[in-house]
Every structure is written in structure tokens, then in C-alpha cells.
Design a protein around this ligand. Sequence first.
Ligand SMILES: [Zn+2]
Length: 58
Amino acid sequence: MANGYCVKCKTSREIKDAKQITMKNGRPATQGLCPVCGTKIFKIGGSASPTTPTTPAS
Ligand SMILES: [Zn+2]
């Protein structure tokens, strides 16, 4: 199950109705809805990709 950051809840939420999309630059992303408030959640990186550029390395 994919998780993403909800800007309205200001916390990480499980992405409801998550679907894999491809951004204009060809990178995979996950798009869905916050199960709590219904805000659209957009997360760069597909579930198949182990590398998430948004994750701080150290
Ligand atoms: Zn939310």
C-alpha cells in the first residue's frame, strides 16, 4: 500500500485509490486521495521504484 504526504492533514497518509501515473518527464508517480480529508495526494516515484528522490539520505 502506497503512502503519500497530505498537504491538508500535514502528515503522511495511506493513498486511497492510488494509481500509477507517468509524469511529463517520464518518471513514475502515484496519485490518489487522502482517506481522511479527500485531498488529492501526489507522490513522486512508483511503488515499483525502490529509490525515492524525496527521501533525505542522511
Ligand atoms: Zn488529508
